[in-house]
Design a protein around this ligand. Structure first.
Ligand code: SF4
Length: 319
């Protein structure tokens, strides 16, 4: 992560793309910094401005355009905050914002404007204790989702402290880890890390985030294998993104690559309408048509559920 590219101009240079500087690009980068690790960069085709991985991480002028209906907090995260660094939207589950740090900055991210300052920040003192207190008091919560940011940007030691604390709460039975690290920096998924999850009395589920088959190289395949071979169920969530994966061939190829590696395509998300990401939106009807097409081509378990997240609703909404 120390070596990651943090500047759009440098990213373009490295990928042999002409400079495209403007006030809007500068603004976009100021609002949400560029952050592309070298492991992800290596999978972007040099010289191709339409590369589907590049489009996910390159700041562009369209981000600076204000569009009605696109908000800083489109999914109601602020209203769902029940304690410092803890959100509860749905029955039985709570989501811990373990850190504000990510292994890559995805330009369409619904938390690109999220105020991480009062997050639980790993095992850090009072804030983390407040989140644990809430979980201890609420015995209807049997599943904790570690999210962020990206929880796998925390060190093994900090993750271990979080997991150990959750293991001590009798009614918590499952730990779901949402991370893009197995895809962006797959070397993070070490044997030691997976062994810690395997040894936990909690049922540990992993949800990775991959939008395009080109993101899956040999190292990603090995990271997935390390988890699945150790009995960790791995699901994938993807976001439907204009110009990146909004055609049936691309989605079918992604789903096939996933199930070939024993990963279940879990959700295909309609874009959350976050300010700065309007240019990624695909019409809902087009998404429905794509899913219908996937059903014709793939076995049922390989077809993700197409969902939207609506602020204030008590579950994701199937589209
Ligand atoms: S890794 Fe996840 S939380 Fe981080 S920027 Fe990408 S989508 Fe957002």
């Amino acid at each position: 992560m120390r070596l990651a590219i943090r500047d759009a101009r440098r990213l373009r240079e490295l990928l042999q793309l002409p400079p495209a500087e403007s006030l809007q690009v500068t603004q976009a980068q100021q609002q949400f910094a560029t952050f592309v690790p070298l492991e992800f960069l290596s999978r972007i085709r040099p010289g191709d401005p339409r590369d589907p991985l590049l489009l996910q991480v390159l700041p562009v002028s369209a981000e600076a355009e204000a569009r009605p209906g696109f908000l800083a907090d489109p999914v109601g995260d602020s209203a769902a905050r029940v304690s410092t660094g803890l959100l509860q939207k749905y029955a039985g589950r709570a989501l811990m914002i373990a850190t504000g740090v990510c292994g890559v900055h995805c330009r369409y991210c619904f938390r690109r404007d999220f105020d991480y300052s009062p997050s639980s920040e790993g095992d850090a003192g009072k804030q983390f204790q407040a989140a644990l207190d809430y979980l201890r008091r609420n015995d209807s919560i049997d599943e904790v989702i570690l999210s962020g940011g990206d929880p796998l940007t925390l060190s093994d030691g900090r993750l271990d402290k979080i997991i150990t604390a959750l293991e001590a709460i009798p009614h918590v039975r499952r730990l779901r880890i949402h991370s893009r690290m197995p895809v962006v920096i797959p070397q993070r998924v070490t044997d030691e890390l997976v062994a810690r999850w395997r040894a936990s009395p909690l049922a540990v589920w992993m949800v990775i985030h991959c939008n395009h088959a080109q993101e899956i190289d040999a190292a990603v395949g090995e990271a997935i294998e390390r988890m699945v071979d150790q009995g960790i169920p791995v699901l994938n969530q993807a976001v439907l993104l204009a110009g990146i994966n909004d055609d049936a061939d691309t989605l079918a190829q992604l789903c096939r690559e996933l199930v070939n590696r024993r990963v279940q395509p879990y959700y295909l998300h309609q874009l959350d309408r976050v300010a700065g990401a309007a240019h990624f939106e695909v019409p809902l009807q087009r998404g429905r048509e794509l899913i219908a097409e996937l059903r014709q081509r793939l076995p049922g378990y390989a077809v993700p559920t197409f969902v939207s997240e609506i602020a204030g609703e008590t579950s994701k909404r199937p589209n």
